[in-house]
Each structure stands twice: as structure tokens, then as C-alpha cells.
Design a protein around this ligand. Structure first.
Ligand code: MF3
Ligand code: CO
Length: 252
């Protein structure tokens, strides 16, 4: 689905601009996470995010993207990704995956976190921790000369060693002057295969992890992706640059 198949190499100056976008996005999440509590609606979280982004002179990246109607994706419990904010009220024990992207100075930043709402089950807490660890394991492999499959396999290993499963149908991606650039970054794979990583490549790495089956289904709203078996799902994402010194997380 990519118009161009060439992977862009960003200059240090471009990466610096992407870091500015990433820093702003991190600040948006820092504010949002204060509001993730029982009683808030996903629409209230969305309005807050939109205001924070626009007040900072940036543009919500998801709003209007292929007709998507909101600033955030808010995916609760068995929802994996692309949950549409609305009247749903968060309840104690829920988990919510919040995905947000913005454009600043012509460059995109994309990030996601899964948060517990109040006190959650041990299983939910473990799912969140494993998914965060899987993202970190992937990021650690983002070094020059490493191959893309090594990164993908590192994510998969953390997830499957914990007894969970990694979603197949949705992937990470290159990012820069567009939200989605080549390559696709799979969350499963074979070490030492695929593209060789080079300094200046910037990827959004985003493992989506299910307690049960990796299979998914899309709800009638044509957006919300849920686990086929109704099991819980979590999602973490960072925008990360590969540099001579190794990975640099731009959204932290
Ligand atoms: N983080 C998601 C992605 O990289 C965001 C796309 S959601 C949409 O694909 F709402 F913008 F479609
Ligand atoms: Co993304």
C-alpha cells in the first residue's frame, strides 16, 4: 500500500525536527495519563488531546486520515487498535490503549500507551508490562547493520515467552513527512533476515499483544479492531530513529 518503496534516510537536522514533534507528543500523553480514571469518557480524553495539540501549533495526525473522525484511538479491554472515542465511560479495572499522532514542522510523531484504569487484574497488569517490554526489546535491536527481522523476532520472543500472542494483521511502519512510510515493521519474524538497518531510518514500532488468540475482527463501525476471542489486548508504540550511536526514541 506504499506509493514509494524506498526507505528514506533522514538527516540529523530532520531527526531533530522529528524529536520536537515527538517531545510534544510525549507531553500530550503526560497530560492524558493524569485523566485516565474511572468516570471519564473516551470523548473527553479525545477533546483534551486535540486542544493540547492545536494549542501547541501542531496538527492531529489521525483526524481525517482515511475518514477517521478523532484525534485519538481509544481501545478498551478486548479492543486492540482504532477504537473511536465516544460516550463510553471508563470503569475501574478497564485497560485503555491510547494511540495518538501529530504533525509539527512538517514531521509526524506517533506513539501509544496502554494504561490501567484504577486497580486492574493481575493478568491485565502483566499484559501491559509484557507489551511494554516487547516494545523495548524491539527498540534495542534498532542498530545500524542489524536486520529488520531481528527486531521483529525480538518483539515476538518477549510476547510468546510470556504465553501471549502477537497481532499479525497490523504492523509498525516507517515515519517522517508521512505517517506511514515504508517499510512495514512486523511484530513477528526471523532473526537475520530482511532489510539492513541504516542510520537515519525512523520507524514507529508498535507491538499489539493479546492474551489469547492473535486473530482479530473489525466491528461494524469499520474501525475498531478487537480480539477474535474477546481476550484482553495491549499496545505500546514509539517513534524511534536509528543513529550511529544506536536507537533514539523520539517520543520520550
Ligand atoms: N498508530 C496507528 C498507525 O500507525 C494510527 C493510525 S489510526 C488512524 O497506523 F486513525 F489514523 F487511522
Ligand atoms: Co503507528
Amino acid at each position: 500500500m506504499h506509493a514509494k518503496s524506498r526507505i528514506e534516510i533522514k538527516s540529523p537536522a530532520e531527526i531533530e525536527k522529528m524529536r520536537k514533534a515527538g517531545k510534544l507528543l510525549r507531553a500530550v500523553f503526560a497530560e492524558l495519563e493524569q485523566h485516565v480514571k474511572p468516570g471519564i469518557t473516551t470523548r473527553e480524553l479525545d477533546s483534551l488531546a486535540r486542544k493540547l495539540i492545536e494549542d501547541a501549533g501542531a496538527i492531529p495526525a489521525f483526524l481525517g486520515y482515511q475518514g477517521y473522525p478523532a484525534t485519538l484511538c481509544t481501545s478498551v479491554n478486548e479492543q486492540i487498535v482504532h477504537g473511536i472515542p465516544g460516550a463510553r465511560v471508563l470503569r475501574e479495572g478497564d485497560i485503555i490503549s491510547i494511540d495518538c499522532g501529530l504533525v509539527l514542522g512538517g514531521f509526524y510523531a506517533d506513539s501509544a500507551y496502554t494504561y490501567p484504569v484504577g486497580c486492574v487484574s493481575e493478568l491485565a497488569a502483566r499484559l501491559i508490562e509484557v507489551t511494554r517490554n516487547a516494545l523495548e526489546a524491539g527498540i534495542r535491536e534498532m542498530r545500524p547493520d542489524n536486520r529488520l527481522g531481528t527486531l521483529s523476532a525480538a518483539i515476538q520472543k518477549v510476547v510468546e515467552d510470556a504465553g501471549f500472542s502477537v497481532v499479525r494483521e497490523y504492523t509498525g511502519h516507517g515515519i517522517g513527512r508521512a505517517m506511514h512510510e515504508p517499510p512495514q515493521v512486523l511484530n513477528f519474524g526471523t532473526p537475520n533476515t530482511g532489510l539492513r538497518l541504516r542510520p537515519g531510518m525512523v520507524f514507529a514500532i508498535e507491538p499489539m499483544v493479546n492474551v489469547g488468540t492473535w486473530k482479530t475482527r473489525v466491528l461494524n463501525d469499520d474501525w475498531t479492531v478487537v480480539t477474535a476471542d474477546g481476550s484482553l489486548s495491549a499496545h505500546f508504540e514509539h517513534t524511534v530513529a536509528i543513529t550511529d550511536d544506536g536507537p533514539q526514541v523520539l517520543t520520550s
